[in-house]
Design a protein around this ligand. Structure first.
Ligand code: NAP
Length: 315
């Protein structure tokens, strides 16, 4: 039986990944962040801990000896990374490097392959001069989150050269009803649902013209599993290839809630415009399509629909 180890189980992707692996019959172990309440993860053996406690996590990994390691734990908000650049570097960068080393130690000790997937990010490209981006786009991050992810991304290549089946999944934005409300998409859908229920008056946002390549979180988790199991380890852009503006997202969310005249319900506040905001990140996932047989199964309108429906249903 395949045994997997997941970090970041309490997050959006960790929960979907655990569900996918458990459904496949994989024995799933996960690091549950010590400061959060234990996540509800049926079928998963949870181990409390902090990824930055490198020695503890290394002992755990050596004890568990997993076949697959998925490193999803991160300080995942770009905005918060400006407030906590040092913590961001520790969690998203240094702890990822330590986990790669731990995986290699397990591989060498047991003399069998360990497959490692790092949840990287399109933010490693910063404000790229070409669009769409692919795996050969220069890494030139513009914020602390992207810089820490870039370090981990480069370390994946370093460990791949040392013989680890290490993969960096360069993830573009992906959403779901499980996205926390500090992220713009969920802020939009939860506020639109509140407005529709008469519990909020306005939706306050930053730059409505910012454009993003938004996909469906379970699709992106599936790409990571496929990448772990591919014969060859390489990096993959995971993206839909289609960008939409925040304004498009807002319009689709209001439409889903049955509100057509929404312009007066949206207030633009400069406070929410984040520094060095890349204007357009769009990914070219040709390699993932070709080598992993992966493609997105849920389009933009459906993503918005699922999120608004869930927020309306939550009351
Ligand atoms: P998420 O919902 O923010 O989940 C991240 C998880 O990591 C949280 O459960 C968090 O726990 C945990 N964590 C943070 N610091 C930790 C630490 N020191 N030790 C152990 N666990 C820690 O993120 P996500 O949306 O699922 O994303 C998964 C991964 O993909 C992340 O690495 C993210 O950076 C990357 N990614 C996501 C997107 C996206 O659009 N979702 C795009 C590109 C890349 P606490 O809440 O307790 O801190």
């Amino acid at each position: 039986m395949t045994r997997a180890f997941i970090t970041g189980i309490g997050g959006q992707d960790g929960s979907y990944l655990a569900e996918q692996l458990v459904a496949e019959g994989v024995e799933v172990h996960a690091l549950a962040h010590a400061i959060e309440p234990l996540p509800d993860a049926p079928g998963v053996e949870l181990h409390s801990g902090d990824l930055t406690d490198v020695d503890d996590v290394r002992s755990l990994l050596i004890d568990l000896a997993p076949d697959e390691v998925y490193n999803l734990a991160a300080m995942s908000s770009v905005a918060r990374s400006w407030e906590k650049p040092d913590l961001t570097a520790q969690v998203n960068g240094m702890a990822a490097a330590a986990l790669l080393e731990s995986a290699l130690l397990v591989q060498e000790k047991l003399d069998r392959p360990v497959r490692f997937v790092q949840a990287s990010s399109a933010e490693i490209f910063g404000q790229p001069d070409r669009s769409p981006q692919d795996e050969s786009t220069p890494v030139r991050p513009l914020n602390p989150y992207g810089a820490a992810k870039a370090y981990a991304h480069l370390m994946v290549e370093v460990y791949r050269r040392r013989g680890l089946h290490a993969v960096s999944a360069i993830l573009y934005n992906h959403e779901s009803p499980r996205r926390p409300e500090q992220f713009v998409t969920r802020k939009i859908t939860s506020t639109v649902a509140s407005i529709a229920r008469g519990r909020a008056d306005v939706l306050t946002l930053g730059n409505l013209d910012a454009r993003r390549d938004w996909g469906w979180a379970p699709d992106y988790v599936d790409a990571m599993v496929r990448a772990a199991r591919a014969d060859q380890a390489t990096d993959y852009v995971v993206a839909t290839g289609v960008a939409h503006s925040v304004r498009d997202f807002v319009a689709a969310a209001f439409a889903q809630a049955g509100i057509t005249d929404w312009e007066d319900l949206v207030v633009v506040d400069q406070e929410f415009v984040r520094p060095a905001d890349p204007t357009e990140l769009v990914g070219n996932a040709t390699r993932a399509r070709r080598l992993l047989g992966w493609s997105p199964t849920v389009g933009f309108d459906e993503v918005v629909q699922h999120m608004v429906e869930a927020d309306l249903a939550a009351g």
